[in-house]
Design a protein. Structure first.
Lengths: 232, 232
DNA sequence: TAAAAAAACTGATTTATATCAATTATTTAA
DNA sequence: TTAAATAATTGATATAAATCAGTTTTTTTA
């Protein structure tokens, strides 16, 4: 973890969140002045459940995971992931004062931290911005809710197939996961034991639905995975 | 189901959603003109998964349940509930064109239906309204996500205890459930079989944690229920 | 580069929970 | 008001998945 040397103006940020396009140059300058950009190494904790909400985070680079800790972090459920261009903490706006879920870096990450007071101020002053934020929130939370509702309805084979497809489509945006994603991550995302994950991934491999090499996962037969996701 | 005879002006609505307090008299008149108020009998379907999104609903009276249908509604997972003063369909705003979850009346209900185009127009024009809506969305979705994340982590006794507490606190707003809530509703809300629900409620009854009489459920020992919810 | 730690894997066993198959009670409808 | 339908209940049985206990492989660190 460390501060970024070059505090880029948000105007010049290549992959800023869609909602920021509704801000004026003046407003973006305010954001630039209030923000800090921070690097996190793979595995580092970005924010911690139970602490005070002070900022909205913007993922500039890397994949982050949002997770709920149980029993003093002995057990964990992964709630969702955030990738470049996405904001973290939107559901806290105007509501939560305590952070509900921890966030950590699944890969090396660069994250911008924006003062939540400023973010809320901009929302009240700029209706277009508010509309953009509503869009973001709705996309994020709808996906999260639907994933878990579906996941919990399925049996284990269906859960893994479903998770593979969702990760490919919504998170890694590729049929090849070039991201370190452990058996335990699968387990914590799908509510199952890591041993069961191992067993099912093995079956999927021998059935040529996926390939696993050098820590990379490749989806070979998405149609069959879709089918297992539905009926499994 | 039937139309309400008296189309009350939203200004005079006793329990309107908090966000409507940000609308001007003129804006509220527009809402009044566009809305229809409808009565639903217990059990009737209010909106159906898979159809087009055309409105935002406002619960004026009664309790509604939001649920996902699987396998042509042979199986169901209850996502959440909405009570008087709450809006239904907020996550569809600016995003979904197809309704993701069905909604039905758990009790006799009165529901206002507001054209979603008008709702979206008001959001772009009135920043205060947008802020109010963000608040509502965040409250609703945070509760929903957290309920299911917690539910799925727990074993069956914990699930029922947790569900009882959440229903009491967030939905029925009373330690006595004066609402018809079947074993099957419990099962569909907590992802378990209705036989398991029966067995666990029986244990809770004999342990004097709850009382069940005339279809009413009363929470007798919330402290113990909290404990079971945590460790169970 | 070796040692230590973490992750992946495997088979045997246990356990929580669903399913099955009835019976009884309660609603709803005719 | 009775018949029909739906919901609640119960015990016996089946089974999916977790846990346990270990081994092997991979990754990290010293």
């Amino acid at each position: 973890m460390g501060n970024s040397e070059n505090q880029l103006h948000c105007l010049d940020c290549a992959n800023k969140a869609e909602c920021f396009s509704h801000l004026s140059k003046n407003e973006l300058t305010k954001v630039t002045d209030s923000k800090v950009s921070i690097y996190y190494n793979k595995g580092e904790i970005i924010r911690k459940q139970g602490t005070f909400v002070s900022s909205i985070l913007f993922v500039k680079k890397g994949i982050t995971k949002i997770y709920k800790e149980f029993d003093h972090a002995e057990n964990v459920s992964i709630v969702d992931f955030r990738k470049p261009g996405q904001l973290i903490g939107l559901p806290d706006i105007f509501t939560a004062s305590i952070i509900q879920y921890s966030v950590s870096a699944l890969t090396d990450c660069e994250v911008c931290s924006i003062d939540i007071r400023l973010f809320e101020k901009l929302l009240t002053e700029n209706g277009g911005f508010a509309v953009g934020v509503i869009k973001s929130i709705n996309n994020q939370t709808s996906n999260t809710i639907d994933f878990h509702i579906q996941n919990n309805y399925k049996q284990l084979h269906g859960r893994i197939a479903h998770a593979l497809l969702v990760l490919s489509k919504n998170v890694f945006e590729s049929d090849v996961f070039n991201v370190p994603f452990t058996r335990r991550d699968f387990a914590e995302f799908t509510n199952m034991s890591s041993m069961s994950v191992v067993r099912i991934l093995k079956i999927f491999r021998s059935d040529k639905l996926i390939e696993m090499k050098d820590g990379l996962i490749t989806l070979l037969d998405k149609a069959k995975l879709e089918h297992i996701s539905r009926v499994g």
